[in-house]
Design a protein around this ligand. Structure first.
Ligand code: SF4
Ligand code: SF4
Length: 183
């Protein structure tokens, strides 16, 4: 079966570090949203967005929590961008054994940004709504992706054919096609 093209909705949050002023409102609201019950408390250590702050260097860098990794990475880098020096791990989104960021403080369980998955749905992520400096911009776009048919799709297709023509005919056709394809 050929791969198919389909539209995929991609949601991202664009970060403009030049606009961030380090107010940490994004951390506060994210941790409040994920408190149990919702909004019952706030603790930036529980936030899925963390802001590196160095006011003396006018350096503020919001980073979203990504996937958990069980192992520390082998290489660390220091970046200098526009004269500002960003420390090791500054841009890393991983919840990793070598640092405290992106871990639930009580349980140490990894945290990951879920784009405010919630019921009822939150259309614009809370950290974006609370960022009065407009350093965070929510973007939704469509991308065309090639997708291999999943095994369950193939099973469903064959079952539908068998319902119409019977399994014997479907099996005969498959044998014939496999033979033609292999010759
Ligand atoms: S709310 Fe906006 S300006 Fe404040 S720390 Fe977060 S990203 Fe920066
Ligand atoms: S998008 Fe939602 S879950 Fe992700 S960091 Fe912002 S407030 Fe937290």
């Amino acid at each position: 079966m050929k791969s198919e093209k389909r539209k995929k909705v991609v949601k991202t949050i664009r970060i403009d570090v030049d606009k961030c002023n380090g107010c940490r409102a994004c951390e506060v609201i994210c941790s409040a949203l994920h408190a149990k019950p919702k909004y019952s408390s706030n603790n930036p250590a529980r936030s899925r967005i963390r802001v590196t702050r160095d006011p003396l260097s006018n350096l503020y860098l919001p980073v979203y929590a990504g996937d958990y990794t069980a192992a520390e990475c082998a290489g660390r880098d220091r970046y200098v961008i526009d004269g500002k020096e960003y420390g090791e791990c500054a841009f890393c989104r991983a919840s990793c054994p070598s640092r405290e960021a992106f871990k639930e403080p009580d349980s140490d369980l990894p945290l990951k940004c879920d784009l405010c998955e919630s019921d009822p749905t939150i259309e614009v992520p809370m950290c974006v709504q609370w960022c009065l400096a407009e350093a965070l911009t929510f973007e939704v776009r469509e991308e065309e992706v090639e997708e291999e048919p999943k095994p369950e799709d193939v099973d469903a297709g064959l079952t539908a054919l068998a319902d119409r023509h019977g399994w014997d005919k479907v099996a005969d056709a498959l044998r014939r096609l496999a033979k033609d394809g292999g010759s």
